[in-house]
Structures are given as C-alpha cells and as structure tokens.
Design a protein around this ligand. Structure first.
Ligand code: NAD
Length: 725
C-alpha cells in the first residue's frame, strides 16, 4: 500500500491517504485498490471497532484522475460498457456503509468529487473549519456526473432541492455552508479532528445510513411523492434545456438520475446513476471538456511551451505604456499580483481615468472579498482595505520614460497604429535595462513588423491580453522570428505570475485569435448581406453555445475599431479576400450611419436605457430580409465550420499547435466549450465527415473549400489528436 497509511490505536483504525509524488490526493486505481484492502481489513478484523478516513496532505481528496479517465475513453465505447467504470468503487463504498462498523470521514481539507462521495458513504463527516477547506461535486463541469453514489447519497442526505444546485452547478461549499446544509455533521480545528472522530466512533458502535433504515423517505418529501417530484423535475428540465441548449448532456443526466433514483431503493438507484454516467462517459462532450479545459489547460499553465534550460525569471517591476482600456487593465492585474508598475501615457487625462478605473475595480473586489468571508467580518474588511491600498501604491503613473530604467518587462498598449507603436518602442529602448523584455499588446500587427526599427529585436515579443483583462484568463504569446528563447521564457514566466494561461503562437497577421475572430464576424456579415434575418444569425450562435453572436460581439468591440483593424489589414495585403467582400463594406456602412456599437448606444443592436438590448430594425432597412430563410443548422454550421477551417489553416501554416488553438479559441473567443475547441470539433465530427460538410458549404463561397493539406489528412484519417490527447 503506497497511497495510504493504516494504523490501529485502541481498536480504531486510521486510514490516512497520501499519494506519493503528488501535492494533492486524487482517486487513482492504486488508491482504490489500497482503500479496498484497508476497508476490508477494518470490516474483517474483530479487534477493530471502526475507522477514520483522513489525509496526510493539506487537502483530503480533490477528485478523480482526469488524465487517466481521458485515456480510458474509446471512440467505439458503448454507454452500457462505460456505465460499469466505477463499479469497484461503488461496491466498496456500499460494503463500507453496510458493514455495521462506524466509518468517519475526518476531512482535514478540501473534499471534492470522489473525495466527497467517499465521505458521503461514511457514517459521519467532520470538516476542518478553515474556509479554505471546501466540499463539492464539480463533475458537471467536465461533462460527467458524480458516479460514486453522489447523485443518490447527497439528495437522500439533504433533500433534492438543496442537493440540485450543488450537483448541477458544481460549486464548492465553505465549511459553514456545508454544515448549515447538512453535507457535513460537524466542524473542527485540525488538531481536534481525529479526537472528535474517535469520540463519535466510541459513541456509535453500530451505525446505519439513513437510507438503509426501513421506511426511509428523502428529506423534504420531494422524492417520496411522485407527483410533486414529477412537477419539479419538469420545471427543472425546461430551465436546464434552455441553459444548455441541449449541447451539454451532463446537467440533464444528473437531473434524471436524481429524480429517478430517489424514487427507487438505494441499490437500484446506484444502477440508475451508473446508467446515466455511462451515457455521459461514452459521449465526446465529456472527453472534449476534460481534454481542453483540464489536460491542455493544465499543460499550458505549467508552461509546456517554455524553452528548456533557461533559469526561471521572476518579474518584479513592469512598465505599461498607454493607459487606455488595455493598459489600465494590465496595470491592475499586475499590481494585484504584487508587481510594481510604471504606467505611462502621453495624455494626462488618460492616466487619471486609468487610476480611477483601477481604484473602482479594486473597491468592487474588496467589497466582494469581505462579503464572502464567513468568519470575523471586521478583520477581513481591514485586511482587504489594506491590500487594496498596497495594490494602488504599487502603481506609479508618470509621463517620464526614465522611470522604466529598472523594469524587467515593458508592455506597450498604445493605439493600434504601426507608426505610433514604432515611436513608442524607440522611446522605451532608450531607457530600459539591457536584458529587459519589450512586449506589444497589439491585436493584429505582426510583431516582426514592429521590431524592424528596434536595436534589439531579440527582446521583442507579443503579449496579447484580452478585454476585460481581469476576467479573461488567456494571453496569446507571439514569438517573432528574431524573438530569443530567453525572451519567450521570461514572457511565459510573467504570464504565469499573473495566473493567466498562455498559448504560444508564431508571428503572422492576426496571430491566431484575431484571425479566427475575424472569420466569425465576417461570416455573420456575409449572412446579413445575403438577407438572412439578423435574429436567425444571432440565435443560431446562441443555440450552438457561442458566448455571444457575431453581430453582438462586433458591437462590443466597436465598429470604428473594427474598421481601423480591417482597413489596416487590407491595406497591408495581410487580410484574406473574404474580409474585403463581406466585413469591410458592412463595417464601413455602420460607421457611415453612425452606429458604432454599444459604446454609442447603437450598432447592430439598440441599447435602450434600463432595458435589454434588442436587434435594431434599421439593419434590415440596409439588409432586407430574404423571403426564403435557410435552416438554422446551416447557419450554425457556417459559424462553426468557418472558424474550424481557419484554425486548421493556422495549424497547417505552423502558427499554432492543435492544443493551443483549442485552448485559445475557448478561453479567448468564447468558442463553444462542448466542442473542446475548433480542432477537437473536427476530430469529433470525424475529419472525413468534416471536409465533406465543408465542401457542401462551398455553395456559400469558396472560403469553405478545405486546403489540399486538410483533404490529404482526411484521406489518410489523420485526426488532430491521437489516443485522446
Ligand atoms: P485605447 O485607445 O483605450 O488606449 C490607448 C492609449 O494609448 C490611450 O490612453 C492613449 O492616450 C495612449 N497613447 C497613444 N499614443 C501614445 C504615445 N505615443 N505615448 C503614450 N501613450 C499613448 O486602446 P486600447 O483598447 O487599450 O488598445 C491598446 C492596444 O491593445 C491596441 O494595440 C489594441 O489593438 C490592443 N488590444 C485591444 C483590445 C481591446 O479589446 N480593446 C484587446 C486586445 C488588444
């Protein structure tokens, strides 16, 4: 047994979980085997009266081994086969809770997913009172359901109505909340956890789970009364179908498992749970969610693209030039993570606005922080206030470039204009340290074109943040041909310091994200010009689970900025022909009629005050709606396929890897997460079926024609990911 320690003191066993070479405990096959041995021993040994299950690490168990789960995924897997995946765990948990001996979960830290399910199968749960020790069932976030009895024990313990939000949203509970809901029975300090558990065992020598007591009914009666349960099930199902647009099967499966299961005896209920789990685990959505959001994201966060053999950099002080929307946002997140910031703008008013913006953000964060503390409000409030003042004090706003002399890294975020950027770069280079990194936050201008006049092009790199900077987790790191390995390593270390996720892209017009974004809005505008109803375009995007429709997002970015970007790209001969045909004329028209987007209260949408935005009728005056409208599937496919094709072209051109492309599209562009990203989407459809559908879509334009490279991949059945990775 190398995943846990088993010790016996005065007839009470202590099972302490401690996976080797890992900072946290997760459910692995080795842990399950060791737990089986330990639990069987407790049950069989007449000298052992009961057992405490705890952990030797700072957390208890934080879930399943997602990488292992992903490796088990098979294309030809049938739901009924996948259903039996957790049989062993379930038999073990059942044997434990029906053994007649007391098992107590002494949760010294967070218990998530299978960790909480193991605790729910114990007869009593004591949780560390430290607010950092959270409990929850987050499986829904990876497209699965808790398959270790979680969908059955939790509602039987606390009632269906209270259990559903925990199962459907996957949000963790702090100790006070967990106690109030009855998910745990008692809170304790770490040093009293084991003594309290022992005390409970001494006083409860033969416990039975409530659901194993004859005549048990689910608390609040919801599950016991079929008629009430049916009504509530239907209402919840309607709500969830609207929310998921039927693209995410997990919440619906969880709901069904809970309602069907709680009408049945416990052992049959576990079969129901397993059946729904099998459906989810054999569905590509869970594989896509796990692969991109956990495995690929985990690797990017660990800086898998960082050049090897270069010492780690710790950035202490940065310069930000341009105190506009992006500069202020970057200064805010950098200062909030403890870095000193020199903020320079040639417009005094912009600097004042940036400082007010940052202060406002910090005040909101502070208010939120102490409102969610569940202990000692006033000291939390004082601490939060002090943190805010210290963060603001780390930002030094000035117009003096000399202040950059001790910065480790300087980011320019001035206007998207090559000449302005070149001038600013020349100024920065006069003052910075010889080894400082010089980054540009440009959205579209190739980094090499900005570095032409630089004396040190090896130190120049792109760091493309997204708006709003504090909320968007992605940074697109763009390396130009002359960017040195040390510069790339330093830039990646900096992104990690900000707790953001980097994707690495080779220099080219629009890099990756702006290029894909342009293909999305361009397709929206092409459809508008064809006479497709704006509502159909936007609704197709929402039904596909894009974060926002192509017309709405153009309003957010603003039509004047889009015009500058598109005109510049076309003038530089860097844009594809389709932008000239569709996006450019529509964006020009919107500028001419003064509809610049949300910021002016009018774009493709109207923005009446105190009311939700609505599509503007004036748009159909300029783009009359055709009498024949296409099927919504065609509209949805055009939006998905055009971006997937453009992403494949980026991979073909060696601009980005499939995993970074998927991550970049999901974290930076709001591409539907159920797909796993544009390349995972192609793999899910099957590359052959994908190119066939693209060829059908060429009836809307040659832009849908797959490249010979992609056709060749399809012919040879070469997917972008092999063996689930
Ligand atoms: P902005 O217009 O809000 O701010 C630009 C700031 O630069 C202004 O405060 C201006 O006074 C200042 N400035 C201009 N010339 C200067 C100079 N010579 N010296 C010092 N300061 C100068 O623009 P923004 O939206 O923050 O965009 C900045 C950059 O970030 C652009 O390159 C843009 O493409 C890029 N970007 C923007 C977004 C976005 O969503 N807005 C997203 C990613 C990247």
């Amino acid at each position: 047994m190398n995943t846990l320690n088993l010790t016996i003191t005065n007839g009470v066993a202590l099972i302490e979980i401690d996976l080797p070479e890992r900072s946290v405990n997760i459910f692995t096959p080795a842990l399950v085997a060791d737990l089986e041995y330990a639990i069987n021993r407790v049950i069989a040994d007449g000298d052992i009266r009961g057992a405490i299950i705890s952990s030797a690490k700072s957390s208890f168990i934080v879930g399943a081994d997602l990488k292992y789960l992903l490796q088990q995924y098979r294309e030809d897997w049938q739901a009924f086969e996948a259903a039996h995946f957790f049989d062993k765990e379930n038999r073990l948990f059942r044997r434990m809770e029906t053994s007649g001996k007391p098992f107590v979960a002494a949760l010294n830290g967070s218990a998530l997913g299978g960790g909480l399910e193991l605790a729910l199968a114990c007869h009593y749960r004591i949780l560390n009172a430290n607010p950092k020790a959270v409990v929850g069932l987050p499986e829904v976030t990876v497209g699965l359901l808790p398959a270790g009895g979680g969908t059955q024990r939790l509602p039987r313990l606390i009632g269906i109505e209270d259990a559903l939000p925990l199962l459907l949203e996957g949000k963790p509970l702090k100790p006070a909340q967990a106690l109030a809901l009855g998910v745990v029975d008692e809170l304790a300090t770490p040093d009293t956890l084991i003594s309290k558990a022992t005390h409970w065992i001494n006083n409860n020598p033969k416990p039975t789970q409530p659901w194993d007591v004859k005549g048990f009914i689910v608390p609040n009666n919801a599950g016991a009364m079929a008629e009430h349960a049916g009504r509530s099930f239907n209402a919840n199902m309607v709500r969830l179908r609207k929310k998921t647009q039927d693209n995410y099967p997990a919440p619906l499966a969880i709901l069904s498992a809970v309602y069907e299961g709680t009408l049945l005896p416990f052992d049959l209920a576990l079969d129901i749970e397993a059946k729904y789990f099998g459906q989810l685990f054999s569905d590509p959505v869970s594989r896509n969610l796990i692969r991109t959001q956990f495995v690929n994201k985990g690797q990017a966060d660990k800086l898998v693209n960082r050049p090897i053999g270069i010492d780690k950099f710790t950035t202490k002080k940065i310069g930000v030039i341009g105190a506009g929307m992006m500069g202020a946002g970057i200064a805010h997140v950098a200062a909030a993570t403890g870095l000193h910031v020199v903020l320079i703008d040639n417009n005094q008013e912009a600097t004042q606005r940036a400082k007010a913006f940052i202060q406002n953000k910090l005040e909101k964060e502070t208010a939120k922080k102490y409102s969610i503390q569940d202990t000692d409000q006033s000291s939390a409030q004082n601490q939060a206030q002090q943190d805010m003042e210290a963060t603001l004090a780390r930002i030094h706003a000035t117009s003096d470039y000399q202040s950059l002399s001790d910065c480790d890294l300087v980011i320019e975020a001035v206007f998207e204009n090559r000449d302005v950027k070149a001038e600013v770069f020349a100024q920065i280079e006069k003052y910075i340290k010889p080894d400082a990194v010089l980054a540009s936050n440009t959205s579209t201008l190739p980094i090499a074109s900005l570095a032409t006049t630089s004396k040190h092009p090896n130190r120049i790199i792109g760091l493309h943040f997204f708006s709003p900077v504090d909320r968007m987790p992605l940074v697109e790191v763009i390396k130009a041909p002359k960017t040195s390995k040390a510069t790339l390593a330093c830039a990646l270390d900096f992104v990690q310091q900000l707790h953001k996720t980097p994707v690495v892209v080779n220099d080219s017009p629009g890099f990756f994200t702006s290029r894909i974004f342009c293909s999305y809005i361009d397709e929206g505008m092409a459809m508008l010009a064809e006479g497709i109803a704006p509502a159909l375009i936007e609704n197709a995007a929402i039904q596909t689970s894009f974060a926002i429709g192509p017309l709405a997002v153009t309003d957010e970015v603003s039509l004047d900025l889009q015009q500058r970007v598109v005109d510049q790209a076309i003038a530089d001969k860097l844009a594809p022909e389709r932008l000239r045909l569709h996006a450019q004329p529509t964006i020009r028209l919107m500028n001419e009629i003064g509809r610049l987007g949300r910021k002016t209260g009018a774009g493709f949408y109207d923005y009446p005050s105190n009311q939700p935005k609505r599509l503007a009728s004036v748009i159909t005056h300029h783009y009359p709606t055709a009498s024949m409208q296409p099927d919504i599937k065609d509209v949805s496919d055009r939006l998905l396929y055009i971006q997937a094709l453009e992403s494949a072209r980026c991979v073909e051109a060696g601009i980005i890897s499939p995993s970074d492309a998927d991550l970049g599209a999901i974290l930076g562009l709001g591409f539907p997460t159920w797909t796993g990203g544009p390349l995972s989407f192609i793999d899910t459809i099957g590359i052959h079926a994908f190119v066939t559908r693209c060829q059908q879509l060429t009836k809307y334009g040659q832009r849908f024609e797959p490249s010979p490279w992609l056709l060749d991949r399809a012919k040879n059945q070469r997917s972008f990911y092999s063996n689930s990775f």
